[in-house]
Design a protein around this ligand. Structure first.
Ligand SMILES: Nc1ncnc2c1ncn2[C@@H]1O[C@H](COP(=O)(O)OP(=O)(O)O)[C@@H](O)[C@H]1O
Ligand SMILES: [Mg+2]
Length: 379
């Protein structure tokens, strides 16, 4: 079966499509990447998406329109990838664009709830492409008590589990998240959680201070000096000290956080501020790994996501973990292109759902049990 995985992360930079050939089932599924393509959102779309995520108030009509409009964009991206690869796809797995994610339960209208919301309507996408679509993956995990994230550990287990080597798999998208797989681990021994900001804080600071959407190759941060006291201070945030499953998003590290961060930095040179935000991402990942390493031996750190293209960040990350005897490698080293990994994961999850197989990892999300993820839109 050929499945198109469609990912659009919290960076709101655009859409990744991975065309994947899948065989077998459950944890014995095998896959082969046929083609991967990244598409940037047109500037006006990105702006609207960011507004919808950050605005304290936005018209419901605008959200409804965006839900349908994004589905058209996803359809276009899939169509172009399929045409390029000259294959037909049988199924689509579409993550959608997260507008809001609240993993922790809090009281609303007299009852404690957690909730999440990804848009880009599955029926519209199925209608445009003429193939079934699995979308809206996160609520099924939350319905059984999970945080709804992270969902990528299922792929990580499939790809990175090793009999003799302990491995950590870190994605650096808008948010950073890791999966830790001890040597010879069973599914119940795998741990996964969000490490904190990935590119999100760096991107926002780059936009505010330099008028650029991101720090290309990390060259601006490379010119600055890290304000160590600020990194140490920021690492005291309760989020970084929560153990067990934890999830973050724009709710934790979005616009409000960045305003606070900039206030702390005061009148420091702008290159130093960006270098400091870069160091915060590296330190928060390093800290998480140091804590994991107290209980298990890890040999390799595999990294993926847009953050791997930031050379200053990668240098800082290497300095954080090399002291632990851990080798840093891109996921490309095991045949998973680092920018395609999350899109591949949603092709895999859709494939499991299509076969009525569960694909959350309860140890990672905190769910009470396994769940079949997503909603199917038939054609
Ligand atoms: N050439 C580059 N140099 C530095 N950073 C980059 C580069 N290309 C992409 N990025 C970073 O990667 C981010 C997108 O990463 P991605 O993995 O797509 O995240 P998400 O899953 O949140 O969409 C961008 O917002 C940017 O911060
Ligand atoms: Mg992206």
């Amino acid at each position: 079966m050929i499945v198109a995985g469609v990912m659009s992360g919290t960076s709101a930079d655009g859409v990744d499509v991975a065309l994947v050939r899948l065989t077998g089932q459950g944890l014995r599924t095998r896959f082969e990447l046929i083609r991967h393509r990244s598409f940037s959102y047109p500037a006006a779309v990105r702006e609207t998406v960011l507004q919808a995520m950050n605005a304290p108030a936005i018209a419901v009509s605008e959200l409804a329109r965006l839900n349908f409009r994004l589905a058209e964009i996803y359809a276009d991206c899939v169509r172009r990838t399929v045409r390029l690869a000259q294959v037909e796809c049988d199924l689509v797995g579409c993550h959608g664009q997260t507008l809001y994610h609240q993993g922790a339960r809090s009281t609303f209208l007299g009852k404690k709830i957690a909730c999440t919301w990804q848009i880009g309507d599955g029926s519209v996408l199925a209608g445009r492409l003429g193939v079934p679509v699995v979308s809206d993956f996160r609520p099924a995990d939350m319905a059984v008590g999970g945080l709804g994230a992270p969902l990528v550990p299922y792929l990580d287990m499939l790809v990175f589990r090793h009999a003799k080597r302990g491995r950590i798999v870190q994605n650096i998208g808008g948010i950073g998240n890791l999966t830790a797989i001890p040597a010879g681990a069973q599914a119940t021994e795998v741990r996964a959680f969000d490490t904190g900001p990935g590119n999100m804080v760096m991107d926002a600071i780059c936009e505010t201070l330099f008028g650029k959407p991101f720090d290309g190759r990390g060259s601006l941060a490379a010119k600055g000096t890290v304000l160590d006291a600020i990194v140490t201070e920021q690492m005291k945030l309760p989020f970084f000290h929560r153990s067990g499953p934890r999830t973050a998003g724009r709710e934790e590290f979005g616009r409000e956080y960045v305003t606070e961060f900039l206030r702390h930095c005061g009148s420091a040179p702008k290159h130093d501020i960006l270098a400091t935000a870069t160091a915060l991402t590296a330190r928060s990942i390093g800290d998480a790994i140091r804590r994991l390493s107290k209980h298990n031996l890890y040999n390799d750190l595999f990294v993926s996501g847009g953050g791997t293209q930031n050379l200053t960040l990668m240098k800082m990350l290497r300095e954080e973990v090399n002291a632990l005897g851990i080798k840093v490698l891109p996921t490309d080293a095991v045949g998973v292109p680092s920018q395609a990994k999350e899109a591949i994961a949603f092709a895999l999850l859709a494939y499991q759902t299509w076969h009525r197989k569960a694909s959350n990892v309860p140890k990672a999300t905190g769910a009470r049990r396994e769940a079949i993820l997503g909603k199917v839109s038939y054609v």
